[in-house]
Design a protein. Structure first.
Length: 750
């Protein structure tokens, strides 16, 4: 060990007796300091202007263009300049012969030189640590452990690059060639992760070897054994290759033996890397203050009930325009979506089924991008697509066979996943968004459905009610049954069904019966079935509109509620009188409720009522006709207008049959309509979510929100930041240049 240390000290002295080490250090300080301090200055200005920001530690360090992100993107440019002469200098000068004939072991030589460059790397890390200290000082409640994790990732990446550079330096006597070769290897390790991605075993090996993004998890606060082992194994691989390279000059072994030695080393590293990356063998450490790289407690509690195998099958349709998301070439990025879940579900198995099918060739939206398909059969279209994508059609199951396995017609043969656990199934979909993958809320909901009673929303049909299946402006499809909409209730854990009470009975497994704004009178049979359902303690939701009080009030009478005559209005310069924003009693939520009726409750039905939303204090209940094309409306007491605050949405509760019965009545049916939700006015989406969470007993939708990060302020003023810039970007680099010049001049004189 003493010899290794002496070699390291000697190598460091040689390094600092050249201007390269000093220039690299100064450039490293200035390049990263300018960007980092510039971001601090920019965010200080944003905050001073009254804008709210949070998670500043993440933003300034690992996020895009943050300090750690910039270092990761540029560190590879520095290392070849530092390592190119480590061995090539010895080879070109002939001193390598003296080294090999000295009583120093080859392993000690290599480790000593490597320790020297690691020492320089520690100096670079000290620079980053200085900036980290600045960040910790200037950011309110900075996430210190996140920064430490990021520094660790950058250091391991630097050490890995150094090992590669040392090996490449041992292959040539030309330093420039060594530097260029090192960059070439960096490029290969960046690219190799894309090689053989359509072949199972090869995909795993090349993905393991890829250095691209390997430090990302550590930079973002998650340390895993597979990432740490990757860096350790790659470092050991190139150091051993370097040792073997020098031993080859001292030993007289056959080429076969030498080749076998290299092959065994490489295979051993790849095998250990492959095994260590298996999901069940990976250990995790979340370093973030808010545990943001770990599933929320709600998700962990939900998946605790999974015991044994959970199978997730992804059905990949060649004729789906998003087919590329499920192809073997995208397998590793797809599996990463479930990496957090594999930490807690050892029996999680991922399977992929490839097929081609189209239930409606003419009107299928997936066919639009294929051009003119007139006269082509499904198979001919599949052949065309496979040829265009360079795929083998034989790998895809034909329509007749896939239809025997599973009915994917309700999913329009879109890319979809099916979760299976102990005979139960659940669907997990892809969405029409920039991020098409399911997030934690949707994945956890799909898993939880397998272990609990699934809440079922049953919509009454037959009287032109708002539909859970239609796309028209007045209907509810977007929030209930839209399969490609992430926030739709069927993607948040609910089942949605319909019932015509004149022809069918209310399903026994109904969680909530929904009567959504009928436009024709309900028959006595339908009313009697609703009354029986309510008498048995069933939960119900009723929505109505002004002008249709007579259609809804007979049902509301069973729960002691009535929709009052008239329409709630409010004078406004921006909106027509009927377009009001109802408010929660606590004042924290404003919900857009166009054309609303006031509600009235009496105690005769025994329910305890609560006004969930009320009309604005500046409005009134208007009788008679209202001109909805004008923003002008006048109060007319003689016509029966009444000023005041009126209930718009009521919740009713009472104990019955050993359970708490829950009823919700809304004097507005548009608050969750397709048109209103698309318009995005008010807090309607969050309000609807809270309604059905209440109905499901807080089971669904899954709330994966986290506490707000408190690192939301820069503690320095602009002048203080300017002073900091002067010190870090002017004085310190100046002192380093002066020290370097003094050492170089002194050595030259000596």
């Amino acid at each position: 060990m003493r010899k290794i240390f002496k070699i390291a000290v000697l190598e460091l002295s040689i390094l600092f007796y050249s201007p390269v080490a000093w220039l690299v250090l100064v450039i490293f300080i200035i390049q990263n300091g300018m960007a980092f301090l510039g971001m601090i200055s920019a965010y200080q200005e944003v905050i001073a202007m009254g804008n709210k920001v949070d998670n500043l530690t993440l933003t300034l360090f690992p996020a895009m263009n943050g300090l750690f992100d910039r270092v990761q993107q540029t560190i590879y440019l520095y290392i070849p300049l530092l390592t190119m002469g480590l061995m090539s200098r010895e080879i070109s000068s002939g001193s390598i012969k003296l080294l090999l004939s000295s009583p120093v072991k080859i392993t000690e030589i290599i480790l000593g030189k490597y320790l020297a460059i690691v020492g320089y790397g520690l100096l670079m890390m000290a620079v980053l640590a200085l900036y980290a200290l600045v960040g910790i000082t200037v950011i309110k409640d900075a996430d210190v452990m996140l920064i430490i994790s990021g520094l660790s990732g950058i250091f391991l990446l630097t050490c890995t690059y150094a090992a590669i550079g040392l090996f490449m330096s041992s292959l040539t006597s030309y330093q420039v060639v060594a530097a260029i070769s090192t960059l070439a290897v960096f490029g290969i390790l960046q690219f190799i992760g894309t090689v053989g991605q359509d072949i199972n075993f090869v995909r795993d090996l090349t993905y393991f070897l890829s250095i691209s993004g390997r430090a990302n998890d550590m930079l973002n606060g998650l340390i895993t054994t597979k990432d740490v082992l990757y860096f350790v194994l790659i470092i050991m691989l190139f150091l051993c290759l370097c040792i073997f390279r020098l031993q080859a000059g001292r030993e007289s072994r056959s080429r076969t033996f030498q080749a076998g030695k290299y092959a065994v080393l490489i295979l051993a590293v790849m095998l250990i890397g492959y095994v260590s990356a298996r999901p069940g063998l990976v250990a995790y450490k979340d370093m973030t203050a808010m545990q943001s790289r770990t599933l929320t407690k709600v998700s962990r509690e939900a998946i605790k009930k999974i015991e044994g195998e959970l199978k997730i099958t992804t059905y990949v349709n060649l004729l789906d325009q998003n087919v590329y998301l499920g192809l073997p070439a995208s397998r590793n990025s797809d599996l990463k979506q479930f990496e957090q879940y594999q930490r807690y579900i050892p029996g999680l198995k991922m399977d992929y089924v490839y097929y081609y099918d189209a239930t409606d060739l003419k009107n299928n939206p997936n066919m639009v991008y294929q051009g003119d398909l007139t006269g082509l059969s499904t198979k001919q279209i599949a052949e065309k697509v496979a040829d265009n994508m360079g795929l083998d059609l034989d790998q895809f199951i034909p329509p007749a066979e896939i239809r025997k396995r599973i009915n994917l017609a309700p999913e329009s043969n879109n890319l979809v996943r099916v979760l299976e656990y102990k005979g139960k199934k659940s669907w997990l979909r892809f969405y029409n968004e920039v991020n098409q993958f399911a997030d934690e809320a949707e994945i956890t909901a799909a898993i939880k459905r397998l272990t609990v009673k699934v809440p079922k929303l049953v919509f009454i049909t037959g009287n032109n009610e708002r539909s859970a299946d239609k796309k028209g402006d007045r209907n509810y499809e977007l929030i209930t049954n839209a399969r490609k909409n992430r926030t739709a209730l069927i993607n948040q854990g609910f089942d949605v069904a319909n019932v015509n009470l004149d022809k069918e009975d209310i399903p026994e497994d109904a969680t909530v019966l929904i009567l959504a704004d009928p436009t024709t009178p309900l028959t006595m049979l339908a009313q009697q079935k609703i009354k029986g359902y309510l008498n048995d303690g069933g939960d119900m939701m009723v929505t109505g509109e002004p002008g249709r009080q007579a259609l809804v009030n007979p049902v509301l009478e069973y729960v002691g509620v009535q929709m009052e005559k008239g329409m709630l209005v409010k004078s406004s310069k921006d909106y027509t009188p009927d377009q009001i924003f109802a408010e929660s009693q606590e004042g924290g939520m404003h919900v857009f409720t166009p054309t609303s009726s006031a509600l009235k409750h009496n105690e005769t039905a025994g329910f305890k009522a609560y006004s969930l939303l009320v009309s604005p204090a500046q409005g009134w209940n208007k009788q008679g006709t209202v001109d909805l094309t004008s923003t002008e409306v006048k109060y007319n007491e003689l016509a029966g207008d009444k000023k005041g605050v009126f209930p718009v949405v009521l919740t009713l509760m009472k104990g019955i049959n050993g359970k708490e019965q829950r009823i919700l009545v809304s004097g507005d049916a548009d608050f969750m309509s397709n048109a209103t939700l698309i318009a995005g006015k008010g807090s309607n989406k969050n309000f609807v979510k809270s309604i059905f969470k209440w109905f499901s007993g807080d089971e669904f939708p899954i709330d994966v929100s986290r506490p707000r990060n408190t690192d939301d302020a820069v503690l320095l003023k602009r002048k203080e930041i300017s002073t900091l810039k002067m010190v870090l970007l002017g004085i310190i680099p100046g002192l380093i240049i002066a020290l370097g010049a003094f050492i170089l001049i002194s050595r030259k004189r000596n």
